[in-house]
Design a protein around this ligand. Structure first.
Ligand code: 16G
Length: 242
């Protein structure tokens, strides 16, 4: 409800009201909002004020407009910090979600030129190629292909990969992860991405590559992953450079 005596501007109160409806589940991602006229009438305020509140929420990506159709609640996105080397399982648990894995490919193979260079391997060395669908509460979030030299984790098995890789290597192999170089690019879902992530072909996705190194600087993994564009946004804190 709006309070016309309050020092808070009316458009701001409407914004807070709509955000409250979204937080409480009264309005869900994909739901259409009542029209400006309906809002204005039920709050007894001008349509201009309602429009300003809605425009502000559109600018914050909380709502989106569809031409000729109306205003809708945006899909909820996970905010992923770009600070700290964490695992998918840790990230999901921090959000109160149950991480899950669907292993779709597990292979020990000869390294390509790119992998020989990256890991400084000999031609006879082997690498694991691991492809997993990463799930949150059973819903697919990302499709991840990892390459790891076999000599770093000789005992890795398909069974282990149904749980957290980082937890296994740190707790059972004694590996100390150090840092990673990560890049994030806009991309479009390929047929493979679309099939495994329940997307349409060509839908926006984030292509992320992570090169992880041990604390002694040796390369540990090279991971190429596709994250759902409708589920993920990355967040970083930045300081003014002086
Ligand atoms: C994240 C990492 C991936 C790592 C995995 C380990 C990115 C882009 N990728 O998905 O490099 O292998 O976590 O997760 O963040 P796990 O310990 O849950 O198996």
């Amino acid at each position: 409800m709006v309070n016309k005596q309050s020092p808070l501007p009316l458009y701001y109160q409407i914004e807070e009201h709509i955000k409250g409806l979204i937080d409480s589940g009264g309005l869900k991602p994909g739901d259409v909002l009542p029209s400006e006229r309906e809002f204005a009438e039920s709050f007894n305020i001008s349509r201009m004020t309602v429009r300003q509140a809605i425009t502000n929420l559109v600018n914050k990506n909380i709502l989106y407009r569809k031409k000729g159709s109306g205003t809708y609640v945006s899909p909820h996105k996970f905010e992923q910090s770009l600070h700290g080397l964490t695992s998918f399982s840790e990230d999901m648990r921090k959000r109160g979600l149950e991480p899950g894995n669907k292993l779709i490919h597990f292979e020990l193979s000869s390294p390509t030129e790119e992998l020989i260079d990256h890991f400084s391997l000999q031609e006879e060395d082997l690498v694991y190629k691991i492809k997993r669908i990463r799930l949150a509460n059973g819903e697919p979030m990302a499709l991840e292909t990892s390459y790891i030299p076999v000599k770093l984790i000789p005992g890795l098995s398909q069974e282990i990969l149904t749980r957290s890789l980082y937890q296994y290597v740190e707790e059972h192999v004694g590996i100390k992860l150090g840092h990673a170089a990560q890049s994030i690019e806009a991309s479009a879902a390929t047929e493979d991405d679309a099939r495994h992530l329940q997307l349409e072909l060509g839908e926006p996705v984030l292509f992320i590559q992570r090169d992880t190194f041990l604390d002694d600087g040796a390369p540990f993994e090279l991971v190429k992953s596709t994250y759902r564009g409708d589920k993920y946004k990355y967040k970083m804190n930045i300081d003014r450079l002086r």
